[in-house]
Ligand binder design. Structure first.
Ligand code: SF4
Length: 476
C-alpha cells in the first residue's frame, strides 16, 4: 500500500472563505484521510480547527461557524494503517513577532532534519515531529518584518518538495518549490484576474475548483510565489537561479484524480495513453481486460482500445467500507481485500483476463486481489502494470515503504514477480513509455523511484530522517 501524501486548499477574498475551503477539501480527500484542518483569518486574528478523520467526519456547523474571516487555508493529511495522531495535523500556526502565521504544506523536505538540528541548537523548541514546522520557524526568524519577504527567505533555504500556503491576517502566499515536485493550481471566482483584489483560490488539484464555482487560471510555476493581499496579486521568484524542473510523475500515475489537470496535463488523458503504451509493450491474447478499481480503470480503457480486447468490470469495489470495521476473530483470509473488492463470476470464470493496475509497490495487495480472482476459476490471469517497477524510495513526500520491502527490489525477473503474485505473466510499462511525446516533456519530470536518479542531494541525514519517519509510521 502506498501511504498517500497531502492535499492543500486555500481561498482569499471571500466572506465564506472557510466554508468554501471545507468544500474544496472534500475534493482532495483522496490525498489523505488521517486528519484535516482549516485556519481562517480576519484582520484581528487567526481561527483554527484541526482534527482526526475525514473532512465530513470532523467538521460540523459549529466548527465552521467559528472559522471567521475572508481568507482561509486547509489541509488533508495522509492515511496510515495504525492509529492516527493529532500532533502533526495541519495547518500549523504560530504567534510570532510579525503577528500570527499559518502554514499548510504538501511534500517532504530533504534538509528538514539539518535545519531542525541547527534551530534546536540555537534554542528553538519544536512542538511537532513534522518537517513542515521548520518552515514556520524559519519564517518567524527571517530578518524581515513582512510576511512575503520572510516567506521567501525561508523557502529559499529549503531542499526537497513543497507546495505551501502561508497566511497572516491580511495576506496569503502560495508557492511551489524550485523543482516543482508537487502540484498547486490557482483559480478565481469572478472576472478575469486584474490587479484589483478579488477572490483567489488555490488547490493541490484543480478538480476541487468546480465545487466552489472557481475558474482555473493556471498552475503556480516551479520556484514561483503568488502573493494575494490588500494590494492585489503579484508574483515573485523564490531563488535567483532555479534548478531544472522535476515534477513528480507519480502524481500523474497514481495520486491525482483523473478529473484533474496536473502539471498542465490531463490526468485522464495521461493514464489512457499509458494504458495504450502498455498494450503495445506487453500484448497478450485474452477474453477481457479487467481493471483493479478505481486505480486501474483509465489505463485499462487505453489498453482495451489499443489491443481490441473488450474491457469488463470483473472486480466491483465496495465504497461503503469504513476505516474501522470489525474483523471476525476466526480470521477470514485476505479479509481487507475481500471487504473492498467483489469478483464477478460471469466475467472471470473460465476466461483469460488481463488485469490492469496503476502500480505495484510491495505486491501484497496485488497478490491478495489475484487470490480473490482465482477463486472464480479464470483460465489465465495476465497482470499489466501502468508504471515501471518501483525500486527506490521517494524522499519527496510519497511514502512507499522501506526499500527492502519493494517487490521489484526483492525479485529481479518478471517471471519471479509473476510467480509471487500468482499470475501467468506480468508486464510493466517501461520508463521511456511513461513520457508519451506531445503529452508530457520528460525533461521536466522526476522518476527517481524507478531509476534511482534523485534530482536533489540525498544526505545521510535525510536518509536517517526517512528511516525515522517510516519507524514512526509503523509505531502508530
Ligand atoms: S521519487 Fe517517484 S514518487 Fe517521489 S517525487 Fe520522484 S517520481 Fe514522485
Amino acid at each position: 500500500m502506498i501511504r498517500e501524501e497531502c492535499g492543500i486548499f486555500g481561498m482569499y477574498g471571500h466572506q465564506e472563505a472557510a466554508r468554501y475551503v471545507y468544500l474544496g477539501l472534500h475534493f482532495l480527500q483522496h490525498r489523505g484521510q488521517e486528519s484535516c484542518g482549516i485556519i481562517s483569518s480576519d484582520h484581528i486574528s487567526l481561527y483554527k480547527q484541526i482534527g482526526l478523520g475525514k473532512v465530513s467526519e470532523f467538521f460540523d456547523e459549529a466548527k465552521l461557524n467559528y472559522l471567521r474571516g475572508t481568507q482561509a487555508i486547509g489541509h488533508v493529511r495522509y492515511s496510515t494503517t495504525g492509529s492516527p495522531t493529532l500532533v502533526n495535523t495541519q495547518p500549523l500556526s504560530a504567534m510570532t513577532q510579525k503577528g500570527p502565521i499559518a502554514l499548510a504544506h504538501n511534500g517532504n523536505l530533504t534538509n528538514a532534519m539539518e535545519i531542525r538540528k541547527r534551530l534546536m541548537e540555537e534554542g528553538q523548541a519544536f512542538s511537532t515531529t513534522s518537517d513542515s514546522e521548520v518552515i514556520l520557524h524559519l519564517i518567524a526568524r527571517a530578518p524581515y518584518d513582512d510576511l512575503v519577504m520572510s516567506t521567501r527567505w525561508a523557502l529559499a533555504q529549503l531542499e526537497g518538495a513543497f507546495a505551501v500556503l502561508v497566511m497572516n491576517r491580511d495576506t496569503l502566499v502560495a508557492a511551489r518549490d524550485p523543482h516543482g515536485f508537487r502540484p498547486l493550481a490557482m483559480g478565481t471566482i469572478g472576472e478575469v484576474i486584474t490587479s484589483e483584489a478579488e477572490t483567489y483560490v488555490f488547490s493541490s488539484e484543480d478538480t476541487a475548483f468546480g465545487i466552489v464555482g472557481a475558474t482555473r487560471r493556471r498552475e503556480i510555476l516551479p520556484n514561483e510565489m503568488v502573493v494575494v493581499g490588500p494590494e492585489g496579486m503579484r508574483t515573485l521568484s523564490i531563488v535567483e537561479s532555479p534548478p531544472p524542473t522535476r515534477q513528480c510523475v507519480f502524481e500523474l500515475i497514481y495520486f491525482a484524480k483523473p478529473s484533474s489537470r496536473v502539471f498542465e496535463t490531463s490526468v485522464y488523458q495521461y493514464r489512457y495513453e499509458i494504458g495504450k503504451q502498455l498494450a503495445r509493450e506487453f500484448p497478450v491474447e485474452a477474453d477481457y481486460v479487467v481493471p483493479v478499481p478505481d486505480s486501474g480503470i483509465v489505463a485499462a480503457i487505453g489498453y482495451s482500445e489499443e489491443s481490441g480486447i473488450p474491457m469488463s468490470l470483473g472486480l466491483i469495489r465496495s465504497h461503503y467500507v469504513g476505516r474501522t470495521f470489525i474483523e471476525p476473530t476466526q480470521g477470514i483470509r485476505d479479509f481487507g481485500v475481500r471487504m473492498k473488492f467483489m469478483p464477478v463470476p460471469e466475467v472471470i470464470q473460465n476466461k483469460r483476463i488481463v488485469l490492469i493496475d496503476d502500480s505495484i509497490v510491495r505486491g501484497t495487495t496485488s497478490r491478495k486481489i489475484v487470490q480473490v480472482i482465482k477463486e472464480m476459476k479464470p483460465k489465465e490471469i495476465h497482470f499489466r502494470v501502468a508504471s515501471p517497477p518501483v525500486k527506490y524510495p521517494c524522499f519527496y513526500g510519497i511514502d512507499f515503504s522501506r526499500p527492502e520491502e519493494l517487490l521489484a527490489n526483492k525479485l529481479k525477473t518478471l517471471e519471479e514477480i509473476a510467480h509471487y503474485i500468482g499470475v501467468d505473466s506480468v508486464g510493466y510499462v517501461s520508463v521511456d513509455g511513461l513520457f508519451p511525446s506531445g503529452l508530457v516533456d520528460e525533461q521536466h519530470f522526476c522518476r527517481a523511484c524507478f531509476d534511482g536518479h534523485y534530482p536533489t542531494k540525498i544526505t545521510t541525514v535525510s536518509k536517517e530522517s526517512f528511516d525515522h519517519e517510516i519507524k514512526q509510521a509503523s509505531l502508530r
